[in-house]
Design a protein around this ligand. Structure first.
Ligand code: HEC
Length: 136
């Protein structure tokens, strides 16, 4: 028998999903020519822009309320690199950050996004930082 508690928790679950879905904004701006980057951009607009900002400056609408400021990608101020100090993170470093999040800040884990989506949004994020030189 399906107890009242499980029915209620199902509603709760859908309510939660609905809340997140409601936060998603319709596609904006001109689509990018590269389909993978455009896919990454759509994920970015839905999942990253509220913190990291439309232009990747770390100035999204909720940025000010984060105890640790969201990374400004344009100034390339990345912290989590497996390379020597000052080196840019590798794709795998970025993949690790996006997959697991950062426990000491509000950078969330995106482990539930398909791997191809995580890779696509990383490729898009790299376009904000000129030091990557478009070689992703
Ligand atoms: C709730 C706010 C929030 C959201 C949403 C968010 N981030 Fe972050 N992000 C942060 C914060 C805060 C930091 C800084 C973490 C630190 O300095 O420890 C950060 C840092 C990063 C970094 C920097 C890693 C480094 O080496 O310095 C990357 C890359 C990143 N986020 C990617 C993303 C991507 C991609 C998304 C969307 C899929 C996303 N973030 C969504 C808050 C957010």
């Amino acid at each position: 028998m399906l107890g009242l508690a499980s029915v209620l928790s199902l509603f709760g679950l859908f309510g939660l999903v609905g809340t997140f879905a409601g936060c998603r904004r319709p596609p904006q701006g001109k689509p990018l020519a590269d389909p993978r980057l455009e896919h990454g951009r759509q994920i970015y607009l839905a999942d990253c822009e509220p913190c990291h900002g439309p232009g990747g400056h770390g100035d999204g609408v909720v940025a000010k309320s984060q105890p640790v400021p969201p990374r400004d990608f344009v100034s390339c101020g990345f912290k989590y690199s497996s390379g020597p100090p000052g080196s840019l993170p590798s794709d795998d470093d970025l993949f690790h950050t996006v997959t697991f999040g950062v426990a000491t800040s509000t950078m969330p884990s995106f482990a539930t996004l398909p791997e191809s989506d995580r890779r696509a949004v990383i490729a898009y994020v790299k376009t904000f930082c000129a030091r990557f030189g478009g070689t992703s």
